[in-house]
Write a protein that binds this ligand. Structure first.
Ligand code: HEM
Length: 360
């Protein structure tokens, strides 16, 4: 008989459906890391970041929790359109929403003590495309892989016995990771600026610019037009908790604050997949536009409170590199976004008023 009888056919179909359901369930379980508990997943990375903080801050970003919303526009430079067909380079001006923040998981962190300062932007172009960026003041990332960053994050979590990170564990991590040593050398030697406005912000990852002359691998930075002014350790210790935010608001009250967007074009041998290694200084650099900030708003009520400044959202004319850390960021930011938005929906207070003990 070429075909099974009807009941046997139905049984076969049920088995096939059950197998599909089981395989989908298995795929979800694998993605969630349930089957391979040591595998790195977005949830495990986010858990590790949360564990570096002794206090949970529901409703806030799991990293760069303290920030200020900013608004302004992007002005294109003709050299941008020569490198990329992104609409922001064709139009003279593109409106932008941004967020200036400090590194760390506390929404009450002390501005002047933050080694890492940040700029996040979303440029909304006339063709409906969006370009999201999240950049830091460090010139290269301190880990060469997402797994290394996970290990580093775990090594810096407070030891339950002391409430502080275990220096031996951190030293052992650093000894085995050259990228961490390069980063520590930068953190120790780079002068501290006295303003968000005179700090440079670096995209760190490579991206592809696609334009009339073909494709190029680039990294970008926002270079401040405001002159650099160093802030001494004594000045940092004496500064008010919201020093950087207050200073930026005061500048903006006097007029716009600007950064040039400069892209560095990769040369032979520059690895586009490793954000922990700087490219040589002699690479071609092209100014493609200017970021102009004109206003600031509290994060609690401003339009930057919720958005996920996912650095993998790019417009046509810009494409992602194969950098696995870039892909990891997209997954972890989505996890952090999901957790904070659920907490807000459940009534978390994100007013940002510091608890008594952290005010000066
Ligand atoms: C595997 C590496 C990284 C992980 C796991 C990570 C994790 C996170 C998380 C969880 C957030 C909060 C996201 C949200 O709730 O919206 C965040 C924010 C941020 N990160 Fe990362 N990060 C990584 C690498 C980087 C790098 C390389 C840079 C800069 C070049 C960077 C810059 C930023 C900035 C600027 C923000 C704040 C964005 C905003 O204002 O919303 N991160 N990061």
């Amino acid at each position: 008989m070429p075909y099974p009888s009807a009941p046997r056919r139905r049984t076969g179909a049920y088995v096939a459906i059950a197998a599909i359901v089981a395989s989908i369930g298995g795929a979800f379980a694998w993605t969630a890391g349930w089957l391979t508990p040591d595998r790195l997943t977005p949830a495990r990375m986010t858990d590790a970041i949360e564990a570096t903080s002794t206090t949970p801050y529901p409703g806030f970003r799991r990293a760069h929790a303290k920030g200020l919303c900013v608004t302004g526009h992007f002005e294109s430079h003709p050299d941008g359109a020569a490198l990329s067909r992104a609409r922001v380079f064709a139009d003279a001006r593109t409106p932008l929403l941004g967020r200036m923040s400090i590194g760390g998981g506390s929404p009450y962190g002390l501005d002047a003590q933050a080694r890492v300062r940040s700029m996040a932007l979303v440029l909304r172009a006339g063709d409906g495309s969006e370009w999201r960026m999240a950049m830091n003041s460090f010139p290269f990332f301190g880990a060469a892989s997402a797994e290394a960053f996970f290990e580093q994050t775990r090594a810096s979590a407070p030891d339950p016995a002391t409430g502080k990170p275990d220096p031996a564990r951190m030293a052992a991590y650093a000894a085995a990771h050259p990228a961490a040593q390069r980063f520590a050398a930068w953190a120790k030697s780079a002068p501290w600026s006295d303003s968000f406005a005179n700090t440079a912000y670096n995209g760190v990852h490579a991206y592809r610019f696609i334009g009339p002359a073909g494709e190029r691998m680039v990294r970008w930075s926002m270079r401040p037009q405001a002159p650099f002014v160093e802030m001494s350790a004594a000045q940092r210790d004496a500064a008010e908790g919201d020093y950087l935010q207050d200073e930026l608001r005061a500048r903006l009250a006097d007029g716009p604050v600007r950064w040039d967007m400069v892209v560095t074009v990769a040369g032979p041998g520059d690895d586009p997949a490793d954000p922990s290694t700087p490219w040589p200084d002699d690479r071609a650099q092209v100014t493609v536009g200017t970021v102009v900030l004109t206003g600031a708003q509290d994060q609690a009520t401003g339009a930057c409170r919720d958005p996920n400044f996912d650095p993998t959202i790019v417009p046509g004319g810009v494409a992602l590199s194969d950098d696995p850390i870039l892909a990891a960021r997209a997954a972890v930011y989505a996890q952090s976004f999901d957790r904070r938005e659920r907490e807000i929906a459940r009534g978390a207070d994100v007013g940002g008023t510091p608890p008594q003990e952290t005010t000066r």
